[in-house]
Ligand binder design. Structure first.
Ligand code: SF4
Length: 194
């Protein structure tokens, strides 16, 4: 689900044409989607919703909480965020609604050169401030990275002891020459075929 097309960043590699426009999903669309999947929930299926693209946090805590309220109890919500807007209020919402968070960060600072604000300034400090807030509030999170330069260093960086799972995709083949769907890592990062 895309609550808005707007993103507060302007990453150089971003493919979203409307990321500079605040086009907001009407509440009626959200309600219709929620009602449509309620049937699956009623037949015993787990319903999961991923909120993403542009930057979902730009709609604000109150609006986002209103969107969540339309979904059936037991729905598992995920959010993909650039992390720059995460503060205590957002962390409180994530806790209360058990939202699973994924933060977009491309590695250490020098690998985030493509992540910039609308004025072209580096977004690094704002991204890491949000991730620091997640850690301080005890919220576990996944990481989504765009790999601009698939150097061996990238694979080494995935061996962080806090990494419990890793998936990769470049659309068809990974930088390591294996089909993306075959690559996963087990705890602590060892690449292997599934
Ligand atoms: S944070 Fe994501 S949506 Fe926003 S400009 Fe960067 S790549 Fe695009």
């Amino acid at each position: 689900m895309q609550p808005t097309t707007l993103c507060n960043l302007n990453c150089r590699y971003c493919y979203l044409p409307d990321r500079g426009k605040r086009l907001v999903m009407p509440a009626a669309v959200n309600r219709a989607a929620a009602e449509a999947v309620a049937r699956w929930r009623d037949s015993g299926h787990q319903v999961e919703v991923l909120w993403h693209a542009g930057e979902p946090l730009t709609v604000g805590v109150r609006t986002f909480e209103d969107l969540l309220a339309d979904w059936p109890a037991g729905t598992l919500h995920h959010i993909q965020t650039n992390a720059t807007l995460i503060d205590e209020a957002w962390c409180d919402l994530f806790h209360r609604h058990h939202v699973r968070v994924s933060a977009s960060i491309d590695g250490p600072e020098h690998m985030n050169s493509g992540r910039v604000t609308r004025s072209g300034a580096p977004a690094w400090l704002r991204i890491t401030a949000g991730i620091t807030m997640l850690r301080r509030q005890g919220i576990p999170f996944d990481v989504l990275s765009v790999v601009q330069d698939p150097a061996p260093e990238v694979e080494a960086r995935t061996r962080d002891p806090r990494t419990t799972r890793l998936g990769q995709s470049d659309g068809s083949r990974t930088p390591y020459g294996r089909p993306a769907e075959e690559l996963m890592t087990d705890a602590h990062g060892g690449f292997h075929r599934r």
